[in-house]
Design a protein around this ligand. Structure first.
Ligand SMILES: Nc1ncnc2c1ncn2[C@@H]1O[C@H](COP(=O)(O)OP(=O)(O)OP(=O)(O)O)[C@@H](O)[C@H]1O
Ligand SMILES: Nc1nc2c(c(=O)[nH]1)N[C@H]1C(S)=C(S)[C@@H](COP(=O)(O)O)O[C@H]1N2
Length: 166
């Protein structure tokens, strides 16, 4: 059993096909190489709360992802609404992941404080927000990836390929 991971990119430019989604590629590489995860669904939506919510709900309730990683829309710009969409679909908060990512990221750049990323649980799916830039994605995901197999094992009641390693 490999962990089933979905990637959701929230980006106006990306949804118009105006930019290669290198941030999603960074997520895919880290998940496949560091966690032996399988990307089961990938979607790009504009920075619209309803569209982000709908994608998160489908990835959870229909695709049954163990983990959803979002990228983009966590900053202070008017159209950045990924955290609000996430908070609208979760049943339970799991703030430790976002806290750990911000703490680690602040050692890389003071700009990390601009990320409003949140983390929480819908059903048996863990949802983590990551920033939009490839560098932000890499640094934030690296901060928590070692703990994810253990976290997902507890959340889902299953063991992944790598079992309870952490
Ligand atoms: N999915 C992505 N792939 C590659 N680079 C990205 C992606 N999302 C954002 N970036 C880059 O990260 C930086 C900050 O992104 P920001 O969230 O402000 O995106 P934006 O381009 O202003 O808006 P949007 O992505 O919503 O159109 C920018 O340099 C942007 O090019
Ligand atoms: N580790 C890390 N975290 C980071 C960054 C980064 O380069 N590295 N960029 C920051 C910046 S500049 C912004 S604006 C916020 C939000 O990014 P987003 O609006 O693209 O989601 O993430 C922050 N978090």
């Amino acid at each position: 059993m490999r962990w089933k991971v979905a990637i959701l990119t929230a980006s106006d430019r990306g949804s118009r096909g105006e930019r290669e989604d290198t941030s999603a590629q960074v997520i895919r590489e880290l998940i496949e190489e560091e966690m032996n995860g399988e990307i089961i669904e990938y979607r790009v939506v504009p920075d619209e709360k309803d569209e982000i919510m709908a994608a998160l709900i489908e990835m959870t309730d229909y695709f049954r992802a163990d983990l959803i990683l979002t990228t983009g829309g966590t900053g202070l710009a008017a159209r950045d609404v990924t955290p609000e969409a996430t908070l609208s679909v979760i049943d339970r908060h799991a703030p430790g992941f976002a806290e750990a990512m911000r703490m680690y990221s602040l050692q890389k750049t003071p700009r990390a404080m601009l990320s409003r990323a949140v983390s929480g649980i819908r059903g048996k799916t863990l949802i983590l927000n990551l920033p939009g830039s490839p560098k932000g994605v890499s640094e934030n995901l690296s901060a928590v990836i070692d703990q994810l197999p253990h976290a997902l094992a507890i959340l889902t009641g299953r063991e992944g390929d790598h079992g309870d390693e952490a």
